[in-house]
Design a protein around this ligand. Structure first.
Ligand code: GDP
Ligand code: IMO
Ligand code: MG
Length: 436
């Protein structure tokens, strides 16, 4: 098994960090291939919870080489801080490899992210304001600044000067924001360049050599299938390819090198930011009412659903099998890891959305038009829960209550994918391996 891609099967925050950290022990390289520090991946290290934004979660193992691939957008200041945080925790970053082709998030990208959200008003996407969208816009517009540009001060200055000739008028004249001088950007970024220089490399070559040498590679996806720029709920998405296909373009290995695609799905669903969410159980403060508002709040509190990156309360809802089927297809999932099953111990009855209904029509498949998704009413089936039974100590599948197993198996039937990992708590050992 040379390489495995791990992807979020919902709208992010499925527990990718925990599962990457868990399985990384079997891999020689752990690679981030898209996104940037909009990601917030939690790994539990001893008694501490660590939030990783750019560093692949495999950094926790000394033997694994963490790689930031060409498809990632890098905020160098954030990376330098994250490395210092990890070193202070006794976790070495010495093996880190950063692609010279990855794009650099510049200060004006962050300003433009915030300003563009303001412009959208009530239609805003609810971005993390980390400059992700504007940086990818420049990449695709062929005017981005890459990690390799940091290696040569004169090239960097020239690129910044060229960029500012466009960005400054936009910042000042369209958004009424302050402009930048080449000097102030160089003053901030060139010291980062000096710190990061030893880690910069040609990562596509590195990974292909590794494959030739029989090494094993784990690709750690950020965000999730429904946030993918092509396959997600556009425009309420992030600006990168979060699906499995992105692992090839975002790292420089060929698709034939991938033979396992593990989808991470929560036992319920959450979403941060705007956009359609058919099974959402609206909180009372968002206008939700009755049992739905209570159930939504219970999921949020029991699952501690607050953003790692922004601290925002995550929108919560029941498991959506339409999405699960869609994620299985667009990623070519070979198996899934189901996380946070322990959170459902708070319920005596649990709902699963098996299809949608909109204007009298039933949708078993992800609808073609976004407007349908906005107005879709979930068709639920109700399953008996395992209320009050603490499953966080279960370490084998057979130890799980019968109703928990029935829940997992019904989802397998609906989505057509087997569950090879079951997570019953945030710790590495709170996990049941089932054919992994
Ligand atoms: P990611 O972005 O996909 O890596 O997920 P996040 O780290 O943003 O959010 C997942 C949260 O759930 C983190 O706080 C994890 O520590 C926690 N978590 C992961 N798996 C489990 C689980 O099985 N049970 C519980 N209760 N928490 C979990
Ligand atoms: P992880 O990797 C959940 C969401 C934002 C917003 C949209 C666009 O931790 O699962 P962006 O800043 O990327 O332009 O925002 O995407 N978003 C995430 N939601 N988990 C994430 O990452 C996310 N990264 C971005 O909330 O709706
Ligand atoms: Mg997260």
């Amino acid at each position: 098994m040379p390489s495995t891609v791990l992807v979020g099967a919902q709208w992010g925050d499925e527990g990718k960090g925990k599962i990457t950290d868990l399985i990384a022990s079997d891999y020689d390289y752990v690679v981030r291939f898209q996104g940037g520090n909009n990601a917030g991946h939690t790994v539990v290290h001893g008694s501490k919870k660590l939030a990783l934004h750019l560093m692949p979660s495999g950094v926790m193992y000394e033997h694994a080489v963490p790689v930031i691939g060409n498809g990632v957008v890098v905020d160098p200041g954030v990376l330098v801080k994250e490395m210092a945080m990890l070193e202070a925790e006794g976790i070495s970053c010495k093996n880190l490899q950063i692609s010279c082709d990855a794009h650099v998030i510049m200060p004006y990208h962050k300003d433009l992210d915030g300003a563009d959200e303001k412009r959208l008003g009530t239609n805003q996407i609810g971005t993390t304001k980390r400059g992700i969208g504007p940086c990818y816009q420049d990449k695709m517009g062929r005017k981005g600044i890459r990690i390799q540009d940091l290696l040569d001060e004169s090239i960097f200055r020239l690129k910044v000067e060229t960029a500012l000739s466009q960005k400054n008028p936009i910042l000042e004249k369209i958004y009424g924001l302050h402009s930048y001088s080449v000097e102030e950007i160089c003053e901030e970024y060139l010291p980062y360049a000096r710190i990061l220089k030893p880690y910069m490399t040609e990562t596509a070559q590195l990974l292909n050599n590794a494959l030739r040498g029989g090494k094993k590679i784990l690709f750690e996806g950020a965000q999730g299938t429904l946030l993918d720029i092509d396959h997600g709920t556009y425009p309420y998405v992030t600006s990168s390819s979060c699906c499995a296909g992105g692992a090839a373009t975002g790292s420089g290995i060929g698709p034939t090198a991938i033979d396992r695609v593990l989808g991470i799905e929560k036992a319920y669903v959450t979403r941060v930011g705007g956009g359609p969410f058919p099974t959402e159980l609206k909180f009372a403060e968002e206008g939700g009412e009755g049992q739905d508002a209570i159930d939504g709040e219970t999921l949020c509190q029991e699952g501690y659903e607050y953003g790692v990156t922004t601290g925002r309360k995550r929108r919560c809802g029941w498991f959506d099998a339409v999405i699960a089927r869609y994620a299985a297809e667009v990623n070519g999932l070979t198996d899934v890891a189901m996380t946070k099953l322990d959170v459902l111990s708070a319920f005596d009855k649990i709902k699963i959305c098996v299809a949608y209904e909109c204007e009298g029509k039933r949708y078993d498949y992800f609808p073609m038009q976004q407007s349908v998704l906005f107005h879709a009413k979930p068709i639920y089936e109700e399953l008996p829960g395992w209320e009050g039974q603490d499953i966080t100590g279960c370490r084998s599948y057979d130890e799980l209550p019968e109703n928990t197993r029935a829940y997992i198996e019904y989802i397998e039937e609906l989505s057509g994918v087997k569950t090879s990992i079951v997570s019953v708590g945030p710790d590495r050992d709170q996990t049941i391996l089932r054919g992994w």
